[in-house]
Design a protein around this ligand. Sequence first.
Ligand SMILES: Cc1ncc(CN)c(N)n1
Length: 218
Amino acid sequence: MGFTSELWESGAATYERIRVHPFVQGLTSGDLDRAAFRHYIAQDSHYLREYARALNVVAAKAPTPEGTALFGEHATNANAVERALHAGFLDELGGVDQPASPTTVAYTNFLLATAHTGSFAEGLAAVLPCYWIYARVGADLVDRSSPDPLYARWIATYGGDGFQKIVDDVLTVTDRHAEGLGPAERAAMLHHYATAARYEWMFWDAAHRRETWPIPLA
Ligand SMILES: Cc1ncc(CN)c(N)n1
């Protein structure tokens, strides 16, 4: 691996905190409160809609036709495949109509702002933790899976070879693109990656706390 190993290092301490977070540990032990999982899935539906938008912006800025096709396809997947998975969960858990939480809004605004205002490299670094951290969490949990069939399904999705292949493709694009970048752009990538990794921790934590807005809309 090339520059992506530096990116991973910039979020490694955050990843360790994600790995031991009670939400993540509760998925594999089966002890996670179903209400927290339901909250997470509902928030993730909001998240994925905006994430797909950010991916489409990254796709538009990609310097090669292959890059444009790859991220465009992933945007479609985030909208279609992952959201269909979530719809299945919500069917079983009971649908929930909740507004995007403060953490969901902050994370998705960060992704969209970085993708729109930054270079291709910057947008790429911002969207990368969403891919990579989920693949790592899935890989860490897949052997133990979960006694809860719903959580086992979630773990199998992100711990499976199909998701890993998607992530490997993005890591290859990232390493290749980073070869031609100077120190300033690499530093910006490290910063955006580490920021998005922290938002990933916050997303699990917000679901665990079932975060809502402290003040309702009037
Ligand atoms: C918050 C979040 N981060 C990552 C993923 C995996 N695509 C997701 N579904 N949700």
